[in-house]
Design a protein around this ligand. Structure first.
Ligand code: GLP
Length: 231
């Protein structure tokens, strides 16, 4: 595991961009996360694409999760969030953007996304954030190492933090996230310091799902000084 700590959010996002661009050429399938943390990275990626430095033609994207039971074009959906902050600005082919179904039969939706990941994956380069309670994607505390894409109930702390449009979500499982070839975790701000410390320094356990990332052989953590304070 490699841990890179930078003074602030801007410097941290610049390093994340450099790592992303380094991996870009060897990465066909790219895993994206929502949340505020990667926003600066996404705007820099958009600029790199607009200036012609990189192109997403031929790339495939997979997002980690989506709120359950909402419309795809609901402004509160993760799909819309990604459209607004990245996908509308880059030249990725629209049919190469993958999101889990977020309505209908939960088991069928989960199984459909699992097979899409199997068919096009594994993800070459996965961008991850971390929840203040140690979640990754929406694998909340209690999620096991072998958990797969499924519909989950959000924890009380996530509901409080995210004020989501639904109390359920569909998320890639820990197993699929760990199946990515390379993972870059981003963490910024004091609110993440406990989660990051437990995730990286305590024995892996279901209490802190991000701690299972310790089992990954190609993991880079990019944090700002506040998030890394307890490391
Ligand atoms: C969200 C998402 C995660 C994200 C995390 C952190 O709820 N499901 O994929 O990484 O919470 O979000 P933020 O970057 O806003 O702190």
């Amino acid at each position: 595991m490699k841990i890179i700590v930078k003074e602030d959010y801007t410097e941290m996002s610049d390093v994340a961009l450099r790592l992303f661009l380094d991996a870009f050429g060897r990465s066909k399938v790219i895993g994206f996360a929502t949340g505020k943390t990667p926003l600066k990275l996404y705007s820099s990626i958009s600029e790199a694409c607009l200036s012609g430095e990189i192109s997403f033609k031929g790339k495939i994207s997979f997002n980690l999760d989506e709120y359950w039971g909402i419309e795809k074009d609901d402004p509160r959906s993760f799909r819309e969030y990604m459209e607004a902050h990245l996908f509308r600005q880059i030249d990725i082919y629209r049919n190469e953007i993958h999101f889990p179904e977020c309505s209908g039969d939960p088991d069928a939706a989960a199984s459909k996304y699992r097979s899409e990941i199997r068919r096009f994956g594994p993800v070459d380069f996965q961008i991850l954030g971390i929840g203040a309670n140690g979640h990754i994607g929406f694998n909340e505390p209690g999620s096991g190492l072998s958990s797969e894409t499924r519909v989950v109930k959000l924890s009380e702390s996530t509901i409080k933090a995210n004020k989501p449009p639904s109390e359920r979500a569909i998320t890639m499982g820990i197993k699929e996230i760990l199946g990515s070839k390379e993972i870059m975790v981003m963490a910024s701000g004091r609110g993440k310091r406990d989660a990051l410390c437990k995730a990286l320094q305590e024995n892996p356990s279901e209490d802190v799902p991000a701690s299972f990332l310790q089992y990954h052989s190609n993991l880079t953590v990019v944090a700002d000084a506040e998030a890394a304070e307890l490391l």
